[in-house]
Design a protein around this ligand. Sequence first.
Ligand code: GLU
Length: 492
Amino acid sequence: MNTNRLRFAPSPTGYVHVGNARTALFNFLHAEKTGGALVLRIEDTDVERSKREYEENLIKDLKWLGIDWQEGPDKGGEFGPYRQSERTETYRNYGQQLIDAGHAYYCFCTPDELNKAKENAQEQGLQQEYSGKCRKLSAAEAQKRVQNGEPAAIRFKVPENTEITFYDLVREKVTFDSNLISDPIILRSSGIPAYNFSVVIDDYLMKINMVIRGEDHLSNTARQVLLYKALGFDLPKFAHLSMVMGSDNTKLSKRHGSTSLIQFREEGYLPEALLNYLALLGWSPAGGDKVLFTRDELIKDFNIKKVSKSAAIFDYQKLKWMNREHLRLLDDKELGTRMTPFLQRAGFEFTDDPGIIPWIGKTARVLSAYHHLLSEIADGFKQFTSLDYDPAIVSSIADSEEARKVIGIMSAEIAGVPSPVDFSKVAEIIKKIQQQEGIKGKALYHPIRLALTGKESGIELNDFIPIIETGSTLDIKPAVYNMASRLKVFIA
Ligand code: GLU
């Protein structure tokens, strides 16, 4: 049986954008689902913009997201090298082969000449096309000029009057008219290949039989199909994914919000939530309204044939919601571990006391009712280590005799109980005040809530009290204030 071989072929010229991550993910899911192989190929032919640092980051970011591959520059493999900059010899040989077969020709036009032609076309509002000047040179003459050391690029001879057709798993039959395509450069005089050329050679040599990429490449695919034919290579299957758009229906960009994996990671999105969200950008599972998927469930349910042609809208609110749902699936220890770097960044310090991580996890779960991202939740922890009460809150208690009485008794009672004070103990004290003083309802609970939390509303006392009581016994900096120290603020 022929196994599926897929590839993700990023250019290392920047951080991984969610659109590219989605392409990588669909390739990964299809490969995993069908027991195929995924190849990571680095398309670093743009010498000026490509950086090794971007390659390293993109490997790290994709792994963070949960995408893995079987072959690539970091793993090696049978069909390497996996960086295009290390394959120039191969491209040169195939360029020569196309010249020899009459499918390509040498082009001696200088960059200046070509730029001028481009500017002229632009001024006249015309399509930029190659004039075909060097196509007319005889093979013998061109050969002589090359031998004389004249710099020459290689251009592909686009056949005239040809309908270019290919079948796409998403868009079905796609057709282009070859007369609308002017002869492209496939190898520059520097020996650096053009994308459309190197991609065909590499996909062929790496035995790629399915190409999943963004639909912004559709017109490139038409050019590539011509090259496949000229080289006598079999076509792979194609699937072109619709673009990822912002809410205003323009291509997703910085204007809409975060767009690179690294930004999402730093804001405190969980990789499993982002992976889940990206999978649903253009794909939906057959039947049912299920939206929360683990990575394994995605692999099981993914079907490339169910990918939609219509543009996918990136909805930040939905992603945030999904993040919260995924963080609630983690147990306390795991959630605590994931929170750690965010708390450190927010200025907290803690030791490796085994009680700390589960406490962080439990507390983060309570805070997830108010915040969706790990960075926001980390900021939420600051309320437990602060006694910086709003003066209006302090005076609202000071000005009421009844409130002062409630807080006074509470404070005296709590002073006799060692920390951590159990919530049931607090409930007992509250009952006692009610019976003893006849104070009940809002007059009883509201001052307690204000004195302990410093806020009119927010976390319920039965969650808040265990958080501060346990937290105050742990080695955390800044320290968590327990009930006794909070109540003291109100005792003159
Ligand atoms: N290097 C190309 C890009 O990043 C790859 C496109 C393709 O998958 O063929 O857009």
